[in-house]
Write a protein that binds this ligand. Structure first.
Ligand code: NAD
Length: 312
């Protein structure tokens, strides 16, 4: 039975990843500081013999007894208000934390998958974004702690490969959504659904013509595991190329929830990217991976989840 460490395993994507790895018959050690994650996300997994939980910050020394074959590093707050709340913590997580995990991977001869992000492309001048594009990031803006942090995390992974032969995998994750997103984390899909269910105005930044491409979480988790188990190091884009305007997402959410909320427009946040769409040719060719869940199916599942959560 293979042992995986999933850092950030009590978060949105991490909790789904833990569940999938357990369903594959593997062991999971979930390491999470519970900064933005929640114990409730992994409560059901605790009944599983192959699951254990450690409350710990990845930037603090982490000692794990016994063999470890795979480390998935998902630890890092992902929503802008959360990662901007303590930019020093965000940078520390992506630098000191990643170095600590590279050392752990080296000591255990384990493979390390780093959850990177489409934000390494910044406000892209190339569209759709391919892995060869080097990005257009503002290094001193309010988003830089995350964008530049993730860029350094990628650098560190490839330094680990060059210096110590550590087996690394780098996934550039594009916007992902689904059940277990935090209702208050300020991301487009969760914001709209929570506002629609509460009968509040849906706040669209700017005129809503900016685009996003949303990947359902089960597709993302399948991609992460496929990349981990492949021979490719990446960086590799994982996301859904189905590009929609933010205004269209708001309208879909209104239709699906049957809400009578209004759409209102507020000022665009600084450095908000105008267009975002992954080129996933590399993942298709290397992993045979592409998303299967349509936006309509995924939104339905997500609305059902929030209805239940909010009704609790
Ligand atoms: N959700 C997306 O659309 C998206 C897009 C691109 C990249 N990503 C990346 O995927 C990963 C998971 O994102 P998510 O959406 O599940 O976010 P999330 O905030 O729900 O989960 C992150 C988890 O990491 C934990 N964490 C944060 N800092 C930590 C630290 N220093 N030590 C230990 N645990 C820590 C949090 O408590 C939380 O459980 C993140 O690394 C994020 O940057 C996500």
């Amino acid at each position: 039975m293979r042992t995986n460490i999933v850092t950030g395993g009590a978060g949105f994507i991490g909790s789904h990843l833990c569940e999938s790895l357990l369903a594959r018959g593997e062991r999971v050690i979930c390491v999470d500081s519970l900064l933005t994650g929640s114990e409730a996300h992994v409560r059901a997994l605790r009944a599983h013999a192959g699951f254990s939980f450690m409350r710990q910050d990845i930037a603090e020394p982490l000692r794990i007894e016994g063999p470890v074959e795979r480390i998935y590093n998902l630890a890092c707050p992902a929503s802008p208000p959360r990662y901007q709340a303590d930019p020093f913590h965000t940078v520390r997580t992506n630098t000191v934390g990643v170095i600590a995990l590279l050392e752990l991977a080296r000591a255990h001869r384990a493979r390390l998958l780093q959850a990177s992000t489409s934000e390494v492309y910044g406000d892209p001048l190339e569209h759709p974004q391919r892995e060869t594009y080097r990005g257009n990031v503002n290094p001193i803006g309010p988003r830089a702690c995350y964008d530049e942090g993730k860029r350094v995390a990628e650098t560190l992974c490839f330094d680990g490969l060059r210096a110590h032969g550590t087996q690394v995998r780098v996934a550039r994750i594009f916007n992902t959504y689904g059940p277990q997103m935090a209702p208050d984390d300020g991301r487009v899909v969760s914001n709209f659904i929570v506002q629609a269910l509460a009968g509040e105005d849906l706040t669209v930044y700017g005129d809503g013509s900016q685009t996003r491409s949303f990947c359902y979480v089960s597709d993302m988790v399948r991609g992460l595991i496929a990349l981990m188990e492949s021979d490719a190091t990446g960086p590799m884009n994982l996301g859904n190329p189905d590009e929609r305007t933010v205004l269209e997402i708001a309208q879909r959410v209104l239709a699906l929830t049957g809400s009578r909320s209004r759409i209102v427009h507020v000022a665009l946040p600084q450095d908000d990217p105008v267009r975002r769409k992954p080129d996933i040719a590399l993942a298709k060719a290397t992993l045979g991976w592409e998303p299967q869940v349509t936006l309509e199916e995924g939104l339905k599942e997500t609305v059902a989840y929030f209805r239940k959560e909010i009704g609790k």
